[in-house]
Every structure is written in structure tokens, then in C-alpha cells.
Design a protein around this ligand. Structure first.
Ligand code: NDP
Ligand code: 13P
Length: 306
């Protein structure tokens, strides 16, 4: 009951965005036509963060460091800061939890990830995701506070596995889009999902995450959703690449996998991990490889055990 009375503020970085949401009770720029909870408060002033027990960073991965620097002074010392983004910092290859820990010293940092489109969640469609925190007690408390009648969170102490699942599935969704756009068939998509999951697993375990996490909502769950739903921006970006050999003109949509592909390929190279699908996506996105050559490379790799 207490959480039904919790005060929730949506902090926008622009005054006009907050004013428009306040006026309409919706955020039509990104969630057109979906009414937002009437109790939601809108602000564009960082001091709205001062009394917050939980601060959710719902913004692109590459914005995290700057946003932490600018909002950090307003965030209380005992607040839990949770990243909702799915990516790694491109310039450093760092996990977002590491970026936030560096920029917000002393604050406890969590991760919210898993299969869930914002529009589905805001429309009250049933959704299950994972919340990871430095320890199980904090994760469980966050799961209890943030879950609702149609939104169910599973606690985890594996912040590395949970956030890397979200970052890497975006790269694989681009690969599945390329396959769809190039008309390579559903069998190829299924192969990519399972071989992609194997890549994800190698990377996550090498970075200190747990193999069990890969098989859960934030790994396999989110990979299946993003690799098959046309609601996914990463899948749509891949479809355009597969159809035309390039991204759709004029789209300013956020495509996290386009950043994560080169970071993951670079880090995998440094760690000596084989990630052929991720490497192919990075090369295609960077314009260094065409789809047909990528396919030939993948199909002519030496035969190995699954
Ligand atoms: N959309 C979805 O369904 C889901 C998204 N995610 C993840 O959440 C993250 C954000 O995605 P999404 O919300 O769709 O992205 P959007 O492109 O809609 O960006 C979200 C908000 O971030 C703000 N923003 C951008 N840069 C900064 C900055 N430097 N400082 C502060 N705020 C900033 C934008 O503000 P402005 O409006 O002023 O530009 C915008 O309101 C991504 O990592 C994505 O993978 C995860 C699950 C589902
Ligand atoms: O992560 C998501 C759903 O779980 C959103 O995917 P896109 O960023 O590809 O739209």
C-alpha cells in the first residue's frame, strides 16, 4: 500500500518537455496516446532529485557519464541509482554501473533490464524484468517497491550479467534484422539466436557475470523479444541494413546495438573471446563489410562443436 502512495517525478532535461507532459498527461513524443499515471509529477529542475530514495537513469547509454556529472550533486548520498539503459560506454568499453560508480561515489548502483518495451509497460501489458543491485537484499527491496500489478521484477545480485545481456542482445537483434531484411529466412534467425546466445554467454562469463543469468529474462528473454518484434528499433535498423545495405535515411531513433557492436567486438578481441556474429555486425555497421561477404565468412568458419 505504501508504494501506491509513493511520489514519483519524471525529470525531463527540457522545460518544454516537462510542461507538455504536465499539460497533456501523456508523453506523446515517445509514447503517443498512452495516458500516464495521474499521480506522476513532472519537472525539469535537478533539485527534484534531492529527496529521491530511488533514481532511475532512463536515457541512452552514451549520455550516462554527462548526466551523472550534471545531476550528481543533487542526488542524495543514500539514494539507489538504477540504470535502465542497455549498452556500454563506447569510448571506454566500461559497464554503465562502473561509469555511475565512478561519477557518483558512495551511491549504490543498480540495473533494470530484461524484455519490456516502454509502450507495453506504460499501457499496462504484463511484463517481467530483472532488477540487479550490489547485493540481494537491496535488489529484493527494489523489486518489491518497483513491481506493480502488471510489472513484475525479479531480483538479482549479478549486475554484470544482467546489464551485458541487455547490451549484447541489441547487437544480435541487428543481426536478426539483417537476416530478415536480406530475406535469408526464419531458420537463419533461429540459428543466430542460439549461436548469438553462446557468444553472449562467453562474453558475460569472461567479464565476471553468471551463466545462469544469460538463460534468464535479461539474456535469452530479451534476445528473443528484440530479435523477433518489429517494435524493436535495433531489429528495424537491421532490417534496413539487410534490405538496402545501409541504415534508413533520416531516422534519428536511438539504436543502442550500433554503439555496442564495435565496443563488444573490441573488448572480445582484447579478452580473446570468439564472437563472430558480433564482429560481423560491427563491420557491417561501420561500412567495412557487406552482408553477402559477412554471410560467406560466417558459413565458412571451421566446423566446431556446438
Ligand atoms: N524504449 C524502450 O522500450 C526501452 C528502452 N530501454 C533502454 O533505455 C535507454 C533509453 O532508451 P529510450 O528511453 O528509448 O531513449 P530515448 O532516445 O527516448 O531517450 C530517453 C530520454 O533520454 C534523454 N536524454 C538524452 N541524452 C541525455 C542527457 N545527456 N542527459 C539527460 N537526458 C538525456 C532524452 O531527452 P530529450 O527528450 O531531451 O532528448 C530522452 O527524454 C536505452 O539504453 C534503451 O536501450 C530499455 C528497455 C525498453
Ligand atoms: O530493449 C528493448 C526491449 O526490451 C527495446 O529494444 P529497442 O531498443 O531495440 O527498441
Amino acid at each position: 500500500a505504501a508504494k501506491d502512495k509513493a511520489n514519483v517525478t519524471l525529470l525531463a532535461r527540457r522545460d518544454e518537455a516537462a510542461a507538455e507532459c504536465r499539460r497533456t498527461g501523456r508523453n506523446d513524443a515517445v509514447l503517443p496516446g498512452i495516458p500516464l499515471p495521474p499521480r506522476l509529477v513532472y519537472s525539469s529542475q535537478a533539485d527534484a532529485l534531492e529527496d529521491a530514495d530511488i533514481v532511475l537513469f532512463a536515457m541512452p547509454s552514451q549520455a550516462h557519464r554527462d548526466a551523472a556529472r550534471s545531476y550528481g550533486p543533487a542526488i542524495g548520498a543514500s539514494a539507489v541509482v538504477v540504470t535502465c539503459a542497455k549498452g556500454m560506454e563506447q569510448s571506454t568499453g566500461q559497464l554503465l554501473t562502473d561509469v555511475l560508480e565512478e561519477e557518483l561515489p558512495g551511491r549504490r548502483i543498480g540495473v533494470l533490464s530484461g524484455p519490456g518495451f516502454a509502450a507495453d509497460i506504460a499501457s499496462g501489458l504484463p511484463t517481467a524484468m530483472v532488477i540487479a543491485a550490489p547485493d540481494t537484499a537491496i535488489a529484493t527491496e527494489l523489486a518489491e517497491v518497483l513491481s506493480g500489478r502488471t510489472f513484475r521484477l525479479y531480483p538479482s545480485a549479478d549486475r554484470t550479467g544482467v546489464q551485458l545481456g541487455g547490451a549484447l542482445k541489441n547487437v544480435l537483434a541487428i543481426a536478426c534484422g539483417i537476416v530478415e531484411g536480406a530475406g535469408l529466412g526464419d531458420s537463419a534467425r533461429a540459428a543466430l539466436i542460439s549461436r548469438g546466445l553462446a557468444e553472449m554467454s562467453r562474453f558475460i562469463v569472461a567479464r565476471g557475470g553468471e551463466a545462469d543469468t544469460v538463460r534468464g529474462l535479461s539474456g535469452l528473454g530479451d534476445l528473443v523479444l528484440t530479435a523477433t518484434s518489429h517494435q524493436s528499433r535495433n531489429l528495424r535498423f537491421g532490417i534496413a541494413l539487410g534490405k538496402n545495405g545501409r541504415a534508413a535515411a533520416g531516422s534519428s531513433e536511438l539504436v543502442e546495438g550500433a554503439f555496442a557492436a564495435s565496443v563488444a567486438a573490441r573488448v572480445a578481441g582484447a579478452l580473446g573471446i570468439e564472437m563472430p556474429v558480433t564482429e560481423a555486425v560491427a563491420a557491417i555497421v561501420d561500412g567495412k563489410l557487406d552482408v553477402r561477404s559477412a554471410l560467406e565468412q560466417l558459413m565458412s568458419r571451421p566446423i566446431t562443436h556446438e
